[in-house]
Design a protein around this ligand. Structure first.
Ligand code: SF4
Length: 223
């Protein structure tokens, strides 16, 4: 069975493969104001007292989902799932009633350009792969932006196959790096503003040589 990958790691990898490698392979972590803001929003979403019904739906937060098909082997926890009674839906946990399922992912800020960030869309697609497998349904997906208080649909239907191909490609890349213990080098043109790992990563230095290469050279007495 292939290495399990957490859904949230896909978004980290797409944002900056080096940052993902520092976290996943180097076991490093640092927080900043953006991380704290996101944590607060997610904490509110995931608090049990925020389980409620609205718009005629049953709303559940922090729902664990997975897809253990060989080609994915993914797992994670969704921010929020909404279940709407629908005759064309599916039974949930053996219920007599049928439901359609909506995924709602919470993000602190809306992108400045476009409706969604590419890495957020891929994270939601990975959630859909898991939700559809876990509940045997065909879910719809939305991203809720806290700053604009808008819930924007993420439409996959026509692009399902291309997202699926991209997801499987990303998972293969990530697994290869994990199995070799290789932290990816910094991508050309990587945007670093807002990254909580800047002090650990030192992007200007690391662009020339990774921190691990420096350590290896010091250990070998080359420096
Ligand atoms: S500072 Fe830049 S290069 Fe370094 S981990 Fe963060 S985003 Fe990536």
């Amino acid at each position: 069975m292939r290495e399990e990958i957490a859904i949230r790691a896909i978004q980290h990898y797409m944002y900056c493969p080096h940052r993902w490698g520092l976290m996943e392979i180097g076991q490093m972590w640092a927080e900043n104001v953006y991380v704290t803001k996101a944590n607060i929003i997610h904490k509110r979403v995931h608090e049990p007292e925020h389980r409620y019904s609205s718009r005629g739906s049953k709303v559940f937060t922090s729902v664990p989902v997975y897809n253990d098909l060989e080609k994915y082997n993914l797992y994670g926890v969704t921010d929020c799932l909404e279940f709407f009674e629908d005759k064309k839906g599916v039974p949930i946990n053996g219920s007599e009633k049928l439901y359609r399922v909506d995924i709602v992912e919470y993000k602190p800020t809306a992108p400045k350009n476009g409706l969604h960030r590419e890495e957020d869309v891929m994270q939601v697609f990975a959630q859909k792969i898991c939700v559809d497998y876990t509940f045997n349904c065909k879910s719809d997906a939305f991203i809720y932006y806290a700053d604009t208080k808008k819930r924007i649909p993420v439409l996959f239907e026509d692009l399902y196959e291309s997202y699926d191909e991209k997801l499987q490609g990303l998972l293969a890349e990530m697994r290869e790096k994990i199995s070799k213990g290789v932290i990816p080098t910094i991508r050309k043109g990587q945007k670093c503003s807002g990254c909580s790992m800047k002090d650990l990563c030192m992007p200007k230095l690391s662009a020339k040589k990774s921190i691990f290469e420096e350590i290896r050279e010091i250990e070998k007495g080359k420096v």
